[in-house]
Design a protein around this ligand. Structure first.
Ligand code: FES
Length: 157
């Protein structure tokens, strides 16, 4: 289980050192750090730049390019709301607005108690049952507020 403690730069340096010999080591290093801490803490930036031989600006570019990399701790549960076409045409945008308002969040936001993070996704492969959302690993088709609330309750979010 990843923790959200802020690690010392030396600890991160030790964690990624074995990967330095790889060709193109940056992505494996980023994955290793995120798997360990649950996100990419600020204290990991300098060791990553040093090990990969890149600037902080280059690192920021890579982190923002890949949506899977998180620069802040995630909630214990992730609610992914589909924003692709089929779901949009079936009321997905309105549903997303209502869910975000209910949770008091913006996209990528996490509730203050750390329960839920909301992420946009672009097709969950459930277009025939649009609008679709996903609560952790559970897909919810023909989603509405009640079905999402029930899926969140099932994971005790
Ligand atoms: S468009 Fe939403 S699941 Fe495919």
């Amino acid at each position: 289980m990843p923790t959200h403690a802020l690690p010392a730069p030396e600890e991160v340096a030790g964690l990624i050192a074995p990967l330095e010999a790889l060709e193109g080591p940056l992505l494996p290093m980023l994955h290793r750090v995120q798997e360990t801490y649950g996100y990419l803490p600020q204290t990991a930036h300098d060791p990553l730049c040093k090990a990969a031989g890149i600037t902080r600006a280059e690192l920021a570019g890579v982190i923002s390019f890949y949506h899977d990399f998180k620069d802040a701790p995630q909630g214990r549960h992730v609610l992914r709301i589909c924003r692709a076409e089929a779901c949009q045409s079936m009321g997905g945008a309105g549903l997303a607005e209502r869910l975000l308002a209910k949770l008091g969040l913006d996209w990528h936001g996490t509730t203050p108690d750390g329960r839920v993070t909301v992420e946009p996704v672009y097709c969950l492969g459930l277009c025939a049952c649009a609008p679709a959302v996903m609560v952790d690993d559970t897909l919810v088709g023909r989603a509405d507020e009640a079905r999402v609330a029930s899926a969140l309750a099932e994971v005790r979010a």
